[in-house]
Design a protein. Structure first.
Length: 363
């Protein structure tokens, strides 16, 4: 079959049904995208098609009437010094991408602008004089010392130091291919994926979704505050997950999740430090898929890039009212779809990270 071209029509021939393949009737189909679709992300919870409920809280409540949270979800109540909450645990069949560290090193070696004092114009000038890579700068009278320092981090696969180096350069584009390649220097167990559900910006959080690799499997734990009095308990428990992790994955977390975690923990009097290397997939995907998708919402990329379509997902603007309905009635019908939504956000964030590594997308 011929090569697929975006937006072009191609002819598919039904060779199996025709006795003579040359006489088979052609079928005209339109190819929407170049990228090959991956298998759909795993369905979450009980795989309910929420589209039949629409946005009507009463339909959710009717469906789940009389069902207890503990009977429906696999989890347990957890107690700590701040109180108690409900911990939901899941394991997903998602592999950590096999990263090419040599490829990542080569991308960084070519970025002369990582060295203090070298902007794009200076980089162009240096390359005309034969300074093609950072290692070439070891013979440069002005840049040799900084080049040597950075090369030691790269050659030793010191992801945390490389990340700090990139982040401190205010004039360096942190969300390009080289910036993403820094994630190649971390081990699978170093990463933690975080996504919060809240009552609004800078408002209380009631659900913290956490994804991480353990024993070769991707785990999704969700810390649910069954009422707002349990918010302190979920943030206190978050500290345990952050310990021993060196890299943070989020989707728009630099603007929302991380600032909110810090502000809420501070308001609750909880000492919670986040100094992890942070890879915000929103900004990487915005550059990587520029012009490919009509917007950069997580659900859009999930559909257009990963090929997974959610069934009746609860939109973000309804999350506060749905959770408020759960608190006022005790009916789990309006909190279950939020938990499902949160889990799928965690999975999709990780799958986009996996996709960029496997495809080695340049941006």
């Amino acid at each position: 079959m011929g090569k697929l071209v975006k937006g072009k029509k191609v002819i598919k021939v039904g060779r199996k049904t025709a006795k003579n393949p040359r006489q088979a009737k052609p079928k005209i189909v339109t190819v929407k995208k170049i990228t090959k679709k991956k298998s759909p992300a795993p369905s979450t919870l009980k795989s309910i098609d929420y589209s039949k409920f629409g946005y009507d809280e009463r339909k959710y409540q009717k469906h789940f009437k009389g069902i207890k949270l503990e009977k429906y979800l696999f989890g347990q109540e957890v107690k700590n010094k701040e109180g108690s909450f409900y911990l939901i645990t899941n394991t997903e069949q998602i592999d950590f991408p096999v990263v090419n560290k040599e490829s990542a090193k080569n991308k960084l070696y070519a970025e002369l602008t990582l060295i203090d004092g070298i902007a794009k114009l200076k980089e162009k000038e240096l390359k005309t004089f034969g300074y093609k890579k950072i290692e070439d700068l070891l013979s440069h009278h002005k840049f040799q010392f900084k080049a040597k320092e950075l090369l030691s981090f790269i050659d030793n696969h010191d992801g945390h130091s490389i990340h700090k180096w990139v982040r401190r350069r205010n004039d360096y584009p942190k969300y390009n291919t080289a910036g993403f390649s820094v994630s190649s220097f971390f081990n699978p167990e170093d990463f933690i994926v975080i996504d919060l559900e809240t009552l609004g910006f800078n408002s209380p959080a009631f659900l913290i979704g956490i994804g991480y690799m353990r024993d070769g499997k991707f785990n999704v734990d969700q810390l649910l505050a069954r009422d707002l009095d349990e918010e302190g308990a979920i943030f206190f428990h978050l500290k345990d997950y952050l310990k021993g992790k060196n890299a943070l994955l989020t989707y728009n977390g630099a603007s929302f999740d991380v600032p909110l975690i810090k502000s809420r923990a501070n308001s609750l009097g909880i000492d919670l430090l986040i100094d992890h290397a942070h890879f915000d997939m929103y900004y990487f995907c915005k550059r990587a898929f520029d012009g490919v998708c009509y917007d950069y919402k997580l659900k859009t990329l999930e559909s257009e890039i990963l090929g997974h379509h959610r069934r009746g997902d609860v939109p973000g603007f309804l999350v506060p009212s749905f959770y408020s309905a759960y608190m006022s009635t005790g009916n789990i019908g309006t909190v279950i779809p939020i938990i499902d939504h949160n889990k799928q956000d965690i999975i999709t964030t990780f799958k986009l990270f996996e996709y960029l590594h496997l495809k080695e997308v340049s941006f």
